[in-house]
Design a protein around this ligand. Structure first.
Ligand code: FAD
Length: 153
């Protein structure tokens, strides 16, 4: 089974687009790892995430905006010999994205960011009440670094 580096941005973005969840890792002020699964949107080279304004991840990101985000798709369990444990494996394509989170505060930019996420999952834009927009905290990552690996795909 072939293991390979994904070396084109095009394929790495395709892997990202096939995922419905990503895993956002960060580092607490105490230097401990913290990771949360999150939904996301992607448009024009910008990754968009969103969450409540309060909570552990927002407290961490306020102190250290560096994140590393894992995406993984095309999973397929396989084996060469069912009785041989070491011959079992999983096909996959995965991408790691590293960069710095920037909070989005402008009202119109928040709405655009939320619609990037909604377009991914619902396939269309929505309108939002001002209180709903005030309560939510979208954030973006631009200028990130991508690496990709694939196994059997
Ligand atoms: C498929 C999926 C998609 C999600 N999409 C989003 C999203 O787009 N935006 C968003 O804000 N959240 C999303 N969540 C929830 C997210 O994973 C966090 O639980 C949530 O954001 C709260 O994080 P927090 O740091 O504010 O936790 P807090 O409410 O501050 O709680 C912190 C405590 O809860 C524990 N904890 C927090 N989250 C989890 C978790 N997921 N599993 C187990 N323990 C946890 C921590 O270890 C810590 O002890 C999603 C979860 C899943 C499974």
């Amino acid at each position: 089974m072939r293991r390979r580096v994904i070396d084109t941005t095009e394929e790495m973005l395709e892997v990202i687009s096939r995922c419905d969840v990503c895993y956002v890792s960060m580092v607490t002020p105490e230097g401990l790892p913290y990771v949360v699964p999150m939904n996301f949107g992607f448009s024009d080279g910008v990754l968009i995430l969103h969450g409540a304004r309060e909570g552990m991840k927002m407290n961490i990101l306020a102190k250290n905006p560096n994140v590393c985000i894992a995406f993984s798709t095309d999973h397929e369990l396989r084996y060469q010999h069912e009785q041989v444990a070491c011959s079992w494996s999983m096909k996959y394509r995965s991408v790691l994205l590293s960069g710095k989170v920037e909070m989005i505060h402008d009202f119109d930019e928040k709405v655009s960011a939320l619609n990037i996420i909604m377009r991914k999952y619902a396939g269309r834009d929505f309108t939002y009440s001002p209180p709903a927009v005030r309560e939510v905290q979208p954030f973006k990552i631009t200028g990130f670094k991508l690496t990709g690996r694939a196994y059997g795909v």
